[in-house]
Design a protein. Structure first.
Length: 336
């Protein structure tokens, strides 16, 4: 029972952020302050602390590859399966039905269930996942749907077509400029993500066999402690109940995509990965994680609908907690 207290506390923080906003203590756009602090300061600090306090074996980089595959496949499948749907629906699904909330949600949950050592495989899994959620998914969505960065779909005149209007360059100079612009967009998406850059630095340190000194862990410990609180408070501040039947259906579509993928990948992690039971269980829980916090950021940029993304994240967090608890119970009882 005690293992459930920390994830339940995370859900309580979400509810508190929502109630404070409803009560007027937070303004509707105040979440942006928390958002900047979380992505550019708190989460990178939590990543450094994880690497500074836990040994990261190079063999666990296979978990990074697995995490990347888990985050990539849903984007490609959804893009293909929704090719006749309106661009706004496709963008919302691609941004919210893929990618996992590891650093802000899974770190405290797997630690509550499995102990501090379980954060190590979760962090290694998140390296691959972060490639997608911190930049890759957003870049792919904008590129595949021909969305121009910096403006919402409404500002770009999105209609019922599956993509925005796009004219393919025909002459060599125009193609070269288009390719250059695409490379610039991709590079900006990745390099501009502080958590992704932090993970890259930690990978280099791991591959070189270096260890971070103790004073680094002490310096970044407060960031690690603040990670879950900042993330869940921001989600609560962003959340609003669906305003219409259409919004409700959008949320249900996201969950209808996420649940089968999550369960399938969790089974693959438990039955196929060549690691110890603790590592496989931690990875299994990561596969059942809720919507990534980055998804709310990118949904806000592309659709201007962070509130619905925040509600989707909150609802998926409740479902994830139930699935993780069930998986842990089955494993502890020796039923799988």
């Amino acid at each position: 029972m005690l293992t459930l207290l920390q994830p339940i506390a995370l859900l309580c923080i979400i509810i508190t952020g929502y109630l404070f906003k409803r009560g007027g203590l937070f303004k509707p756009r105040d979440y942006r302050v928390i958002q900047v602090a979380l992505f550019d300061l708190v989460l990178p600090g939590a990543i450094v602390y994880s690497f500074a306090t836990n040994p990261h074996d190079r063999s666990l980089l296979w978990l990074s590859l697995f995490g990347f595959i888990v985050a990539l496949i849903p984007v490609l499948v959804i893009f293909t399966a929704t090719r006749h749907s309106p661009v706004t629906e496709r963008a919302f699904l691609m941004l919210n039905a893929s990618g996992l909330n590891i650093g802000c949600f899974c770190f405290p949950v797997v630690q509550a269930f499995l102990g501090a050592q379980a954060v190590v495989p979760a962090a290694m899994f998140d390296i691959g996942n972060c490639i997608m959620v911190a930049a890759g998914t957003n870049v792919m969505t904008q590129t595949l749907l021909h969305i121009h960065p910096g403006k919402t779909l409404a500002e770009q005149g999105a209609g019922e077509a599956p993509t925005l209007p796009y004219t393919k360059p025909t002459d060599k100079d125009a193609k070269r400029l288009a390719h250059r612009a695409l490379r610039r967009t991709i590079l900006k998406g990745f390099v501009g993500s502080v958590p992704f850059d932090t993970y890259v630095l930690m990978i280099v340190i791991t591959l070189c066999g270096w260890s971070l000194p103790e004073w680094v862990a002490a310096l970044f410990h407060p960031f690690s402690n603040a990670n879950a609180f900042f993330a869940m408070l921001m989600v609560g501040m962003m959340m609003d109940l669906p305003a219409s039947k259409h919004d409700t259906l959008e949320v249900l579509r996201v969950l209808a995509w996420r649940l089968p993928f999550g369960i399938a990948f969790a089974c693959a992690a438990w039955f196929l990965l060549p690691f110890s039971p603790m590592i496989r269980e931690a990875t299994m829980m990561c596969c059942l994680a809720p919507v990534a916090v980055f998804s709310t950021l990118f949904t806000d940029e592309v659709l201007g609908n962070a509130r619905l993304a925040g509600f989707t994240l909150s609802l998926s967090a409740v479902i994830s907690l139930v699935l993780m608890t069930g998986a842990h119970t089955l494993i502890a009882a020796g039923l799988i």
